[in-house]
Design a protein around this ligand. Sequence first.
Ligand code: OW7
Length: 397
Amino acid sequence: MQLSPAAACDFDPFSTEFLSDPYPFHEALREAGPVVRLDRYGIWATARHEQVVAVLSDYESYCSSAGVGLSDFRKEKPWRPPSIILEADPPLHARTHRVLMRALSPAALRDLRPVFELEAERLVDTLLQRREVDGVADIGRAYPLKVFPDAIGVRSDGRENLLPYGNMVFNAFGPPNELFRDAMSRAQEVIGWITAACERDALAANGLGRSVYAAHDAGELAYDEARLLIRSLLSAGLDTTVHGISNALFCFASFPDQWDVLRADPSIARTAFDEAMRLESPVQTFFRTTTRDVDLGGTLIGAGEKVLTFLAAANRDPRRWSDPERFDVHRRTGGHVGFGHGIHRCVGEMLSKLEGEILLAALARRVRAIELNGEPAPHLNNTLRGFESLPLVLEAA
Ligand code: OW7
């Protein structure tokens, strides 16, 4: 096997310029080669679908326990106690993953559908009285902020801490830049509220959160492990779906013919949401750390190196997708890596898709057209792609 040196590149994938419009940079990274060296941070990166999947498939060579951000937990103290699912390898990961998969399984989610449907209808009622709305504040944030904490059984006071906490978590996967520092400005009080909200007695008796404590009662987890898994739900479950729903609205506003296709058959709402997650992936990147010398796409990478996987770039790789920049609600979306791939693939996928599907279907039945009503403003984050505001006009059907 011939190993070739990787192209070096001086992009800063955590700069304002890159994060404001990542797609031209993604293309340049994909075309530079299967693996590139990012000199600024002394890391490796891959933006092609084949290599992103290869990295995420091989959890023994590319571990998560050294952190899935830029910081190497073997060299630097993590900003919070590490996640025991995201920032863990087997066998710990297998045990915690089993518990969250069960807590968020289709069977566990079955009773949520009528509740989510009722809340979606209520939201559409208020939206149609307004006509001019903000797709982020009034839809993307409003819907998950109601249904998700209720589903988990999070206490109702202080829920305004949830989005600031998620913003901290996802910025912390990048370098200690201004985005990270700004997110951390109120860290003390936000972390204090989150920590208290994760305790068993803070959770509603009938929510999904309590089912994680049932695994503690059954001897599968220590009490502190159950607490940390609730923290994972609160870390990963809200900002992702807020941007997921907002980004899906952006896709439809940008491709109005696809809204007509969905309106003609709202039963495809789940696939349509998945296609939006491919095209405008809320989680853009994650890191792994090599545990040994590896050959990635013909480049030799030594042990103990950080590798940045560009999930969102893989999702637009023309080597994998035909007409990748086109939003096509009938596309076969299987194989996109917006929810990850391999053992760390999103455990909340079914819950997020329940939210996306139900909300898009409710809108499709009652909204004739979704139009941009001004320039969308990006919400910059070291890991997430989304909007701060998305001015829309909704025309009633
Ligand atoms: C956690 C979306 C990836 C995440 C993200 C952030 C935090 C955690 C998990 O999953 O704390 O486990």
